[in-house]
Design a binder for this molecule. Structure first.
Ligand SMILES: Cc1cc2nc3c(=O)[nH]c(=O)nc-3n(C[C@H](O)[C@H](O)[C@H](O)COP(=O)(O)OP(=O)(O)OC[C@H]3O[C@@H](n4cnc5c(N)ncnc54)[C@H](O)[C@@H]3O)c2cc1C
Length: 508
């Protein structure tokens, strides 16, 4: 196996991986391993923006309280205060790396307001903030001589010995070759796991690799049951879906069934303007009750020019899907959106494994508790990735590189690529049906049993035929799905993103 030695290995090239890499490149050499193309990430999909206290009428205390309220009593308050306090600095950090945010004529930030925030505090770049961040950070990282990229390289497993991490084993997806990247410090920034659900908003790379890898290495994970669902994504049977911002409901669009009948009055006084989790719950309930594939957002009573003025991108995307907003309603479904839990880390993004740091969606800093406040995730990634780089600078001299006597399993690669797409769809449907918005104890047990069977089947296949990229990815998806389903079964009460119906045979 080819061996590469570096001071710091970063796994993932979204906002967390790139901030950390850029910071570390100021004092050491860095190797970034990323599957797919470097820009592929959930980061580039983020639309809304980043929360930070920057307006006169706002205060750190208000941001803290909004975050704690969203988290359903399960946030770590000390960590929330830490993140919120570092938010303005995080925005300056991004600007330093070339990110452009929208400003008013008086040069102050053009701040948006989002659900759950008591004031306007969302810094943004038009409605494509994530793309602006990813492109700017990537351009800076690619031109930095201290940063080396290994794109289309899939991180298989962390190399650990005696609870210390020494790097990662990697599969070069093009050459189908194995590499061992040995480093003093390893930074896990592999993002989320939305792809394990049939309906999701995530990029195809969000397959839960980091959760599974960290779990196999013995890291502690928590809050895995808290999967946040976005209530309204465009329903497309070919899965070319996209997010429909809550602002559309704020504008006046009503949620209706296929007969054009509103249903939100049955669930909340605010009807279509109810909070995100209530709307997701209501749509999921109606889908089950009516055995329907989707519900609808109705904008037909508004002047087309008004809709176009407020939501130009929505109009373009609906036109591409041949939806006439003057005569037709927009088909919508809720979709898995964000992992609130993950690998447990402290204020320095340190995991319980020595020399292994984690940040971004794969980490659980305690900030989100049972439910994430909108636009706190990009912020969390910047604040804790920077902290990890500061801690790395302090510790790197004392951290050992890979000891000579470490034992690494022989891994057999497979040249015969077998199509596992059907198994993947079965996994997504299983998670959507039994571990989705409305869960039951018996449904979760069924789900766990089926996942164990899938895992065994795949493990046997791998043992007999060797690894390939798609098999490794599927293994991680199944293992992450198990972590979520088992955590959901353990949690008895409904809180935040986790709703467990007490009825064994629920109506839904
Ligand atoms: C549609 C959408 C809209 C959103 N809007 C907002 C918003 O407005 N505000 C906000 O705060 N948050 C938003 N979020 C959430 C936010 O975008 C993500 O939580 C955040 O970008 C995660 O950053 P990350 O660096 O942790 O992971 P990502 O950006 O997902 O990057 C993960 C990286 O890890 C790589 N990777 C994964 N597995 C492996 C492996 N095995 N080997 C090698 N590389 C690997 C991937 O290829 C990728 O480069 C949104 C998310 C979505 C999907």
């Amino acid at each position: 196996m080819k061996i590469i030695k570096t001071q710091v290995t970063v796994i993932g090239s979204g906002i967390a991986g790139l901030i950390y890499a850029l910071r570390c490149a100021e004092f050491c050499n860095v190797t970034v391993v990323t599957k797919g193309n470097p820009e592929q990430s959930n980061t580039q999909m983020a639309q809304g923006g980043i929360a930070a206290v920057l307006a006169n009428g706002d205060s750190l205390e208000k941001h803290v309280q909004d975050t704690l309220k969203a988290g359903g009593g399960l946030c770590n308050e000390k960590t929330v205060r830490w993140m919120v306090g570092h938010a303005p600095e995080a925005i300056r950090e991004l600007e330093k790396f070339g990110v452009q945010f929208d400003k008013l004529p008086n040069k102050t930030f053009d701040l948006h307001r989002e659900a759950g925030h008591s004031v306007s505090r969302i810094v943004h770049h038009k409605d494509d903030t994530g793309m602006e961040i990813e492109n700017s950070l990537l351009a800076k990282a690619k031109s930095n001589p201290n940063i080396q990229f290994f794109a289309k390289n899939f991180a298989i497993d962390l190399i650990t010995n005696n609870n210390c991490c020494y790097g990662v084993t990697v599969l070069d997806e093009i050459k189908n070759e194995l590499l061992q990247i040995q480093s003093s410090i390893t930074f896990l920034a592999t993002g989320g796991a939305g792809q394990i659900f049939f309906q999701n908003t995530n990029d195809v790379v969000a397959t839960g690799d980091g959760f599974a890898m960290a779990h196999r290495a013995g890291a502690k994970l928590m809050n895995m049951e808290f999967v946040q669902f976005h209530p309204t994504t465009f329903y497309a049977p070919d899965k070319k879906t996209f997010l429909i911002t809550e602002a559309v409901r704020g504008f006046g669009a009503q949620l209706k069934n296929k007969n054009g009948e509103p249903f939100m009055h049955k669930y909340h006084l605010l009807e279509s303007l109810a909070p995100r989790d209530i709307v997701s719950f209501a749509i999921a309930s109606e889908l089950k009750n009516q055995d329907a594939p989707c519900m609808y957002l109705d904008l037909r009573s508004f002047a087309f020019s008004e809709i176009k003025n407020h939501f130009p991108n929505l109009v373009i995307r609906c036109e591409a899907q041949k939806i006439n907003l003057q005569t037709e309603m927009i088909p919508v479904v809720p979709a898995a959106h964000y992992m609130c839990g993950g690998v447990v880390t402290d204020l320095n993004a340190q995991t319980c494994i020595q020399n292994l740091f984690a940040a971004g969606e794969v980490a659980c800093t305690g900030v989100h508790g049972a439910n994430r406040l909108a636009s706190n995730s990009l912020l969390e990634a910047v604040v804790f990735s920077k902290q990890a780089a500061i801690a790395t600078q302090k510790n790197i001299q004392n951290s050992k590189v890979h000891p000579e006597n470490i034992f690494i399993d022989e891994i057999k690669t497979d040249n015969v690529e077998i199509d596992f797409s059907e198994t993947k769809i079965n996994l997504q449907k299983l998670m959507w049906n039994f571990c989705g918005i409305i869960r039951t104890k018996s449904g979760l047990k069924t789900c766990i049993n089926e996942l164990h069977k899938m895992h065994l089947h795949l493990a046997t296949h791998i043992e007999q035929n060797g690894f390939s990229f798609s098999k490794l990815e599927l293994r991680n998806e199944i293992e992450t799905a198990l972590l979520i389903a088992m955590a959901a079964l353990k949690r008895k009460e409904s809180v935040g993103c986790h709703y467990i119906s007490q009825m064994e045979k629920p109506r839904f």
